[in-house]
Design a protein around this ligand. Structure first.
Ligand SMILES: [Zn+2]
Ligand SMILES: [Zn+2]
Length: 566
């Protein structure tokens, strides 16, 4: 996971160089290297050890040295020097639509603006529109951008950004001397779709080396030290980070507390008090816990409760359910037998059929569902190409009788008038048909609902893909009448998708819960367009667990024979 970390540091340097505006070639080299590393499937540490860093796009001798420095220390002095000239916070301005490095540089140099707050003040007192070359129109556009960015930030950072970064950070921290364990806590551990603060708990003895590593990693940012073993930093690609360092004996308690949610902990404390257990023990504060509690399951057991998984700790009715022994038996990764929505290089994916068949050895099946013809931009398949692909899939399956079985499928587009992009006769010949909307997402609720309704009614459609069409941090179409559609799907036996693509998470946990109560089956999908994307199924799994789904609620838990018989 060190690749992501290094890519992030190099990308930050590129931003600062661009804003500084003096060495554009250098900035471009850092940018290229950052991208090459982020997309490289080779482990950077391995490349460095073999002296092969310069094989990467944009990497020359001096950049290779910087990469080695980052691999060794987590940061680099060059970044710290640059940050003295251009404060890191100026990069915030680049997140605004229409603000590139040149404008950001002018805002900083000519008006001393280093972040959103100062920018808002300057917008308010008219100094932005008076800036030569900007004017009232652009100032208004920037003001709109600021408002949008602030509301997006208030919701937190998308889990799909936070988690990979958290894992990279955890790996680095875990390598510090004296560290026994580092756990990702907070909203990220609960798989919430947005995370406001990334919270980590580390068991370390002694704590000092870890503290130094953290301070070094975030040296260019502002590190604050609260209590001696409670550090926080504002920087990083996915928002603020907090690290609590505890002695190994207090790790379980601290992890439990930092996982939250606040609502859950408050209710748990009340529950403990009613049972006459000291609340300090009951909620497992870092200072006191009963000696027998060596893990969270024992902690809940001690309180007379079923184990409550982090995904359910939202302060709803989970404690009452746990007390009554009624918690769902949540689906687990091991229950998942395959992925039911994957793109290959026959449309806009990058992986070949052979690569997909070999990608996840544990999968019993994997449905190849490329786009259909009306999505011309994706190289969507028509009936003839689909038939060819079906034959190619049969050949791959025949060559690897013991491997993952590829299923022939399609992600058929639901057109603007609600008709499907391929004839029923074509769909009837496939193993898996996912139907989804990709265009006309600005239509009103009634129209969107009726389009989806036609797809649900089609007997050849197995799954409704990314049902709401939302993109996190972007497009928010009118929500179709999902209650109505779910009721209908329960009657037709059509499944709804839990699309794990990080920018979608669609259905979300709330609607997945509703689907379950309508007894509509759900289909976990990565919607991967590359081999790396196959891992995104885990976000769908996170949503499923938050929704309280059990293995039988999902199509993907079925053995191949059952699945094909439906
Ligand atoms: Zn799609
Ligand atoms: Zn897709």
């Amino acid at each position: 996971m060190s690749n992501l970390w290094v890519a992030q540091v190099l990308g930050t340097i590129a931003d600062l160089l661009e804003i500084q505006g003096e060495e554009q070639f250098k900035a471009a080299a850092y940018r290229r290297a950052s991208r090459a590393i982020a997309h490289s499937s080779e482990d950077l540490l391995g490349l460095a050890r073999e002296g092969r860093l310069r094989e990467l796009d944009g990497v020359g001798k001096s950049l290779a040295a910087k990469i080695e420095e980052i691999l060794a220390t987590g940061s680099c002095r060059y970044l710290e020097e640059l940050a003295l000239e251009v404060p890191l916070r100026v990069r915030e301005l680049l997140d605004l639509p229409g603000v590139g490095p040149r404008t950001a540089s002018r805002l900083f140099r000519e008006l001393g603006i280093t972040g959103l707050e100062e920018l808002e003040v300057a917008l308010g007192n008219g100094s932005i529109e008076r800036l030569p070359g900007l004017g009232a129109k652009r100032a208004a556009a920037i003001a709109r951008g600021v408002a949008e960015l602030k509301s997006a930030r208030a919701a937190g950072h998308p889990l799909g950004q936070v988690l990979p970064w958290a894992e990279a950070l955890r790996a680095r921290l875990a390598a510090a001397s004296g560290v026994q364990e580092v756990t990702i806590c907070g909203a990220a551990r609960r798989w919430r779709e947005t995370v406001d603060v990334l919270e980590l708990v580390a068991a370390a003895d002694p704590p000092e080396p870890l503290r130094e590593v953290f301070q070094q990693l975030f040296a260019p940012y502002q590190v604050q030290i609260g209590a001696p073993h409670h550090l926080s930093a504002q920087g990083g690609p996915a928002g603020p980070v907090e690290l609590r360092i505890v002695p190994p004996g207090r790790h379980v308690a601290a992890v439990h507390q930092c996982t939250g949610s606040t609502g859950h902990l408050v209710k748990l404390r009340r529950w403990a008090e009613r049972r006459g257990v000291q609340s300090g023990e009951g909620v497992a504060t870092p200072d006191g816990m009963p000696p027998a509690v060596t893990g969270e399951p024992q902690l809940y057991g001690f309180l007379g409760l079923q184990y409550i998984a982090p995904e359910l700790r939202e302060g709803r009715d989970e404690i009452e359910q746990a007390a009554a022994g009624l918690l769902p038996d949540l689906v687990e990764a091991a229950d998942i037998r395959g992925d039911l929505h994957v793109h290959s290089n026959w449309s806009d994916g990058t992986a070949s059929l052979e690569e997909l068949a070999a990608a996840v050895p544990g999968y019993e099946y994997l449905a190849v569902t490329d786009h259909s013809v009306s999505l011309a931009i994706t190289g969507g398949l028509d009936a003839r190409r689909l038939q060819e692909q079906k034959e190619a899939i049969a050949r791959v399956n025949a060559q690897h009788p013991d491997g993952t079985r590829l299923l022939s499928g399609v992600e058929v587009d639901i057109r603007r008038d609600g008709s499907l992009d391929l004839d029923d006769q074509v769909l009837a010949g496939l193993d898996v048909v996912v139907a989804a909307i990709h265009s006309g997402l600005r239509q009103d609720r009634a129209t969107l609902t009726s389009r989806l309704e036609q797809a649900v009614k089609n007997p050849h459609v197995d799954i409704i893909g990314h049902p709401t069409g939302r993109l996190l941090g972007g497009r928010q179409p009118d929500l179709p009448d999902l209650e109505h559609l779910l009721a209908m799907a329960a009657a037709t036996g059509t499944a709804f998708e839990l699309n794990g693509s990080p920018e979608r998470l669609d259905l979300n946990d709330t609607w997945a819960r509703r689907a379950r109560s309508h007894r509509v089956k759900l289909s976990l999908a990565s919607d991967a367009h590359s081999l790396a994307g196959l891992k995104d199924l885990r976000y769908g799994l996170g949503m499923a667990r938050r929704a309280g789904l059990e293995a039988p609620d999902l199509l993907n838990s079925r053995p191949l024979g059952d699945l094909l018989r439906r």
